[in-house]
Design a protein around this ligand. Structure first.
Ligand SMILES: Cc1cc2nc3c(=O)[nH]c(=O)nc-3n(C[C@H](O)[C@H](O)[C@H](O)COP(=O)(O)OP(=O)(O)OC[C@H]3O[C@@H](n4cnc5c(N)ncnc54)[C@H](O)[C@@H]3O)c2cc1C
Length: 617
């Protein structure tokens, strides 16, 4: 027989004590009843308070809603006759809108009408940056924009396939400028007279005709964005663009056409092209499979044509490779090192180099998205043509204070995609030498070189990173070791510094930071000018109130189809759903209003529960 302890029975109490202990462990029936009553009571309290909470919140919403239906009687609002019938003037003898209809509607507006006139052209990222940082009462603000709303461009690819609704990406400009008691003019800026400080705007009359007017300004900020560059490829009228809400709507309509679902071609492997291809792929994988006949999925193909060796080539190599692998797994056809040579209404032709020979290929398609970089908007082109020193092909050149080069100083600024900060050091060569060569011996000694470095940094802040080792650079270019830089030694030095300078990218991040910089600076200028006026002192200059603009790169991100990539300069982060939620959080946080935040959240929940909106509106 096996010993009892092998079964763990050796320490069991005798049967009598066993019975006794089991009796002690059981709560008496009264206590059990008491406890049950407590649990039931608190559960009841919880349920009642939840119901009460829901009722209170519901009633609150209801009462708030009821209170919003107020009838405001506005009798005899004063309006200047000049606002209704502006006087004509300017070089083209057009109506000059010196007074807005609401300038005299109350005391605050009357006071604001006396302030310097700030006119902002455009209602995108750059303009929003200014409007966020300006203070009420600084200026009489007017925003001129061709659209009545501002658009959250990074989510346009999502809107194009119905992942989020169009209305979740837009916020009316009037709501945003209300804080500043600003004015909004819907119209297209077409010309500028910098001598008389008049902006020519093409507006619509109530009967649907176009009419041009002048809007006078004391300070003008151009923030009109860009258009797509064509690279001289014929047939681009057959392509879709993805720059505006209207573009996203027309793409959406085409994608939802069942009979046309065939092949999608995206020309351009940058972030916009990649994100759009990823969204179309998500749509095919998730929604076509569920709601369209299965055969459609087989018919659909997605192609990305990229001129470089890799897609997302401005991101780190690891990110490019990750995105390429992800696309390959999803069956997206990546065609790299290829150039699109033409687009027709049913095909795209492109060329590749094979064994040194150019080979032509063609893809039958009736959906082509053109996303291959930016070009000048017509208004930007017009301003550039007005200024002989503006020779840049893609944007207006501004100085480190974002003032348009060649325009009257401190009157015209340009930000965002429509501008580029000057990077030319060599063009200032003689000026720099003149300033630094204190003893006028035609050579730059080390102290003079240190002074010159400071001058370069203040003119072109982007050069700072390339001018840290001041002594080492001096010694490197002082070929004859006479402890001086002759002009022949200095010129190659500055040329080499210039070679390393690159323009800032055309991104929302840059436009927004530039807008905020201008808003803060204009606020300081307004305050200091008011004090100077009281003291009969000269008006302050930009340099007196603010340092040159410095861009702070916070990282780049891109959506690549249920996955996302983040590039923080030296560090990259990429992954599946976790990264995608991080990507969503960043964009959610960047929204211009709480309203669009709420709408976006609802859209993402709806997509998860019911799928994308497949209606073709
Ligand atoms: C699909 C897409 C995705 C993008 N994703 C990202 C991203 O993820 N991250 C990022 O950093 N950047 C992104 N960008 C780039 C970013 O949107 C731009 O760099 C940014 O919008 C530039 O801001 P802006 O103020 O210069 O111009 P915009 O934001 O383009 O605004 C221009 C404004 O000017 C108005 N306008 C144009 N012409 C006139 C005229 N003649 N008169 C009056 N008004 C005019 C327009 O109506 C618009 O309101 C994306 C761009 C696109 C198209």
């Amino acid at each position: 027989m096996l010993p009892a302890h092998r079964f763990g029975l050796a320490r069991l109490p005798p049967p009598s004590s066993f019975r006794f202990s089991s009796t002690v462990a059981q709560p008496p029936p009264r206590r059990l009843f008491h406890r049950t009553r407590l649990v039931v009571r608190y559960t009841g309290y919880l349920a009642l308070s939840s119901v009460f909470g829901v009722l209170v919140i519901g009633a609150g919403i209801f009462v708030h809603d009821a209170l919003t239906y107020t009838e405001k009687h506005v009798d005899r609002v004063p309006v200047s006759p000049l606002a209704l019938h502006p006087e004509r003037g300017g070089p083209k003898n057009l109506p000059v809108v010196r007074v807005q209809v609401d300038d005299e509607q109350d005391e605050e507006n009357v006071k604001l009408a006396e302030k310097p006139r700030l006119v902002i052209v455009g209602g995108g990222w750059g303009a929003m940056g200014i409007l966020k940082t300006l203070h009420v009462g600084d200026y009489h603000v007017t925003v001129v924009s061709s659209e009545t709303f501002t658009t959250f461009t990074p989510l346009l690819p999502s809107a194009a396939v119905g992942t989020v609704q169009i209305r979740s990406l837009i916020e009316p400009i009037r709501k945003i400028i209300a804080r500043l008691r600003g004015h909004f003019v819907q119209g297209k800026a077409v010309d500028l007279d910098m001598k008389e400080r008049l902006l020519e705007v093409e507006t619509m009359t109530p009967d649907g005709k176009t009419a041009n007017v002048y809007i006078p300004y004391d300070k003008l900020v151009i923030a009109v964005g860009s258009t797509s560059s064509t690279h001289g490829v014929p047939g681009l009228e057959n392509c879709f663009q993805l720059k505006t809400i209207a573009d996203a709507q027309s793409i959406r309509r085409r994608i939802m056409e069942r009979k046309r679902l065939l092949s999608f071609v995206v020309c351009g492997g940058g972030p916009t092209g990649v994100e759009t291809a990823a969204e179309i792929d998500d749509f095919c994988q998730e929604d076509i499979m569920n709601y369209f006949p299965k055969i459609c999925r087989e018919e659909v193909s997605i192609h990305v044509i990229q001129s470089r060796e890799h897609i997302l080539n401005t991101y780190s190599e690891a990110i490019s490779q990750y995105a390429e692998k992800k696309f390959n797994r999803s069956g997206v056809n990546l065609i790299t090192s290829a150039r699109v040579s033409g687009v027709t209404n049913d095909s795209v032709t492109y060329t590749t180099k094979e064994n040194g020979k150019t080979v032509k290929h063609s893809i039958p398609t009736n959906f082509v998205l053109w996303s291959t970089g930016i070009a000048m908007n017509p208004f930007t082109q017009r301003v550039s043509d007005l200024l002989p020193n503006q020779v840049h092909k893609k944007a207006i050149v501004v100085d480190a204070h974002l003032r348009v080069k060649g325009a009257p100083l401190g009157e015209v600024y340009c930000i965002g995609d429509s501008s580029t900060i000057e990077t030319s050091v060599v063009s200032h060569f003689m000026e720099l030498v003149d300033e630094a060569d204190k003893d006028k011996n035609g050579k730059i000694d080390f102290d003079e070189w240190k002074f010159m470095v400071e001058r370069i940094k203040s003119r072109i802040p982007m050069a700072e990173d390339h001018l840290t080792e001041v002594r080492a650079i001096f010694d490197l270019y002082d070929k004859d070791k006479d402890n001086n830089l002759s002009l022949n030694e200095l010129l190659p030095l500055l040329q080499d510094v210039e070679k390393h300078l690159t323009s800032l990218p055309a991104t929302a991040q840059v436009a927004s930071q530039e807008g905020k910089y201008i808003g803060r600076k204009l606020h300081k200028l307004a305050r200091k000018s008011a004090v100077a006026q009281l003291n009969n002192a000269p008006s302050p200059k930009d340099e007196d109130v603010s340092k040159p603009f410095r861009y702070l790169h916070l990282g780049s991100l891109a959506y690549i189809g249920n996955a996302a990539v983040f590039d923080f300069g030296g560090h990259s982060f990429m992954g599946g759903l976790a990264a995608m939620y991080a990507w969503r959080s960043v964009y959610w946080n960047e929204q211009v209003s709480a309203r669009t935040r709420g709408l976006l959240m609802i859209d993402w929940i709806i997509r998860g529960v019911w799928g994308r909106d497949l209606s073709r509106l």
